[in-house]
Design a protein around this ligand. Structure first.
Ligand SMILES: [Zn+2]
Length: 427
């Protein structure tokens, strides 16, 4: 049986994910948790006065958030302990002129964001969520009912019955939201629905960003609750673990930082992504309180370390040949240290030694991931932030199945292991 303490950590993670149908919602929920723990908002446009012990956060685009607890020591000598993760996940986003009628249906023309497992989106109950700007103010909305669905084609009527069903993203992905024709659209039913759910006057919406999300709430599963089933474990589970660890971390001479970035799934090259100067800017501004701030910044960089946290591929028993035979990751086997000779994952040797020490102290089992030599691997924010900042960095993650499916799967025990590991990194 799975011990209750593991279930509690995973259930809280499920609450975080259920509150986060978009990266903006994931950021809002992160901020809610930070503020409940005494963190205050700073704006990049303001002048900052931050001293030892200060707990603050700052966002860009309201979809990335960096939170820091300023250490009691000297920034140049004690440096930063940083955790990086990402708030975004693959999905479907409404096109500008995306609402149309076709063959008696009202449909949503969607762009595909990142690299989802396309077929996992078919025949699911889908909700709509996103952001509006109403009289200059941002408003989040979140329609928690199955307003749309992407219907599969029955096998009986497929033209080439014996061929594998292939999906064309332009033709086959637009969800249906109702029945109707051009005259139905005149009343702007989708806009009305969104305005109503957000509690705003539809005529005052100046712009929006609208996303489709899987509505089914997360749950524990398996014979003994050993599994977690939910969307977006990659990488909201890591955001949750970073938040839990930071808000429960002890006071230290070094500064503890979590950086939850948007846009990892599309390469991070945005003003709020991990390839931007967002993290550098926050770190440098913390060093500005020193006597010689520019030098303090560079010394702090040399005395800092980043743990980059993102999902890892657990062994899929039905596709075991896809995995490196001597590096099978198991669910509930603990945190994964990711290795790649070509630096798709980072791991300066002293950063790896730091990881091993943290894992020992936290009593967190460690497993090692390396991809098959003939397959290659994904990447994550670790190499990017390490390159940009020149901070030693190590890539870790929780083992999951069905990465980038609209319903992913993890082990119930691994969330607490990850929280404990990050807390040790902050200790
Ligand atoms: Zn990821």
């Amino acid at each position: 049986m799975v011990n209750q303490k593991y279930k509690d950590a995973s259930l809280d993670m499920l609450e975080y994910i259920d509150a986060s149908p978009t990266a903006a919602h994931a950021t809002r929920e992160a901020i809610r948790r930070l503020e409940a723990s005494g963190y205050r908002r700073l704006d990049e446009a303001d002048s900052w006065k931050i001293g030892a012990g200060e707990k603050f956060y700052v966002t860009r685009n309201d979809t990335s958030v960096i939170a820091a607890r300023v250490g009691s020591g000297k920034c140049e000598e004690d440096g930063f302990r940083i955790v990086g993760a990402h708030t975004d996940f693959p999905g479907l986003r409404l096109k500008p002129n995306g609402i149309y009628s076709k063959n008696g249906y009202i449909q949503l023309g969607v762009e595909v964001y990142g690299g989802p497992i396309v077929h996992s989106w078919f025949d699911r109950d889908l909700g709509i969520a996103g952001r509006l700007v109403v009289e200059g103010e941002p408003v989040l909305f979140d329609i928690r009912k199955p307003v749309c669905r992407i219907p599969n084609l029955a096998p009986h009527i497929r033209v080439n019955k014996n061929e594998e069903l292939k999906f064309n993203k332009q033709d086959h992905m637009p969800p249906v939201v109702g029945l109707g024709d051009e005259s139905t659209l005149e009343a702007e039913p989708v806009r009305k629905l969104i305005a109503e759910s957000a509690g705003v006057d539809e005529s005052k919406i100046s712009t929006w960003s609208v996303e489709i999300f899987d509505l089914q709430p997360g749950t524990l599963g398996g014979m003994s609750d050993e599994f977690v089933f939910v969307r977006s474990i990659d990488n909201l589970a890591s955001c949750h673990a970073a938040l839990e660890a930071l808000t429960n971390a002890p006071d230290k001479p070094f500064t503890q930082v979590i950086a939850l970035f948007d846009n990892e799934e599309i390469g991070s090259a945005t003003m709020q992504g991990a390839a931007s100067r967002f993290l550098d800017a926050v770190i440098e501004r913390i060093c500005l309180a020193s006597e010689s701030p520019r030098e303090a910044f560079y010394r702090a960089i040399a005395n800092s370390i980043i743990m980059s946290v993102d999902g890892a591929h657990a062994i899929n028993p039905n596709y075991a040949e896809a995995h490196e035979p001597r590096h099978h990751l198991v669910l509930n086997g603990g945190v994964v240290h990711k290795v790649n000779a070509n630096e798709r994952y980072t791991g300066q040797i002293d950063a790896v030694a730091h990881l091993v020490k943290c894992a020992e102290k936290a009593e967190c089992p460690l497993q090692k991931f390396v991809a098959r030599t003939d397959v290659g691997t994904g990447s994550t924010i670790g190499p990017m932030t390490a390159t940009r900042l020149g901070i030693r960095s190590v890539d870790v993650g929780g083992p999951i199945l069905s990465m980038h499916s609209t319903r992913e799967m993890a082990g119930t025990e691994d969330q607490l292991h990850m929280i404990n590991l990050i807390r040790e990194h902050f200790s």
